[in-house]
Each structure stands twice: as C-alpha cells, then as structure tokens.
Design a protein around this ligand. Structure first.
Ligand SMILES: [Ca+2]
Length: 146
C-alpha cells in the first residue's frame, strides 16, 4: 500500500509540474530617497517585474499603488506605468520604454484603469511607475510607494 501511495504522489507531482502556468511579482524597488520639485513630471517612483512561468503568454491588466507617505491626491496629477521595452532595467520614458497606462490623481490606493499588456511565455518583464507632481504640491509631503 505504501508503494502505491508513493507512486500516486509521484504522478501527482509530475502533473503539477507539467501544468505550471503562473505569474510572479518580483521584488519592487524605489529610487533613492530625495526631494522632487513641485511640477516635476514622469519622475520614477517604483519599479517591479513580472516573471511568467508558462508555455503560454498572458496579459497584464491592472495595478494598484499604495502610498505609506503623507502625500495626498492634491499632491500629484497622475501616475503612469512604463514597460522597460529594451530590458535595460533603466527607466527611459523618452524612449525606448513604452507607456502602458495612466491613472489620474485620486485618493490612495490608486488603481489604474484596465489595460492590456502582453507578457511572453517564460519571460521577465520589467515595469516602472512614474509620478507627475502637482505644481501646488504640499512642501514636505512624502511618497513612500508600495
Ligand atoms: Ca529601459
């Protein structure tokens, strides 16, 4: 009976491996702490990667951003998601990195409107999130992204 159970577990394990179809969020990172001028646009504030473990592609469709700092909706105009199109791990909004979606300012957490960005099979796609700081942002307000 023990041998039969072991064989059954091995088959179950093989089945799980062959049916692998998952996405993983790799560690998020923030730029070094520093000051940002009022009215600054497209300032990188967060980066993350999605690792796709599957023989099939998938579609990335939403992001929700939280702020553990003191900045409020009036302190920024919009957030944007950028795809690291040249896989350089460097934020290059002037090109070749590509704008994926924009979210207008609102109270945190900010959820981006639905978008569709294809992720290839067996890949790691890097993304950046940028902020447009309001010209009238509160001096001393902080962004601490999650
Ligand atoms: Ca890049």
């Amino acid at each position: 009976m023990a041998k039969l159970l072991l064989a059954a577990l091995c088959l179950l394990g093989a089945g799980v491996l062959s049916a692998q179809d998952e996405n993983y969020l790799e560690a998020t990172t923030q730029p070094a702490t520093g000051n940002v001028q009022q009215g600054a646009t497209q300032r990188q504030c967060l980066s993350f990667a999605i690792m796709r473990l599957s023989n099939f592609g998938d579609t990335f469709q939403t992001v929700t951003v939280r702020n553990n700092g003191t900045a409020q909706a009036a302190d920024f105009n919009q957030l944007q998601i950028w795809f690291d199109a040249n896989d350089s791990d460097t934020y290059e909004p002037a090109g070749p990195d590509q704008l994926v979606a924009s979210a207008a300012s609102s109270a945190f957490p900010v959820t981006f409107p639905a978008f569709n960005h294809g992720i290839a099979a067996w890949s790691v796609f890097n993304y950046f999130i940028s902020v447009d700081v309001a010209a009238t942002a509160t001096v001393g307000a902080t962004f601490c992204w999650r």
